[in-house]
Design a protein around this ligand. Structure first.
Ligand SMILES: [Zn+2]
Length: 95
């Protein structure tokens, strides 16, 4: 998982997770205050694990004709998918 590029302090999962839902809000290191911004690759990883599977399911794979059920499962996929990106997404020190 992402560490501070300046002081190597470990960012918490929840801190990274929250950053996604605040439009990839930059993460400030709690130890040294260095600001880190998500990389382009990081955004791509997040989208491909969350929005993409949700849309694919919603548009092509849903076995349910009920829109509410489809929507519910799509949101479930979004939530499950969003649990993993904090381990994979990279941030870069912002100057
Ligand atoms: Zn730091």
């Amino acid at each position: 998982m992402q560490k501070c590029e300046n002081c190597k302090a470990q960012f918490s999962w929840s801190k990274i997770y929250k950053s996604f839902w605040w439009n990839y809000k930059p993460i400030k290191c709690s130890e040294c205050g260095t600001i880190h911004k998500i990389t382009i690759a990081g955004r791509f990883i997040f989208v491909s694990l969350t929005i993409l599977p949700m849309l694919i399911f919603g548009n092509f794979l849903s076995p349910f004709s009920n829109i509410i059920v489809t929507l519910g499962i799509a949101i479930f996929i979004l939530i499950i998918g969003s649990l993993f990106p904090p381990f994979l997404v990279t941030y870069k020190e912002s100057l």
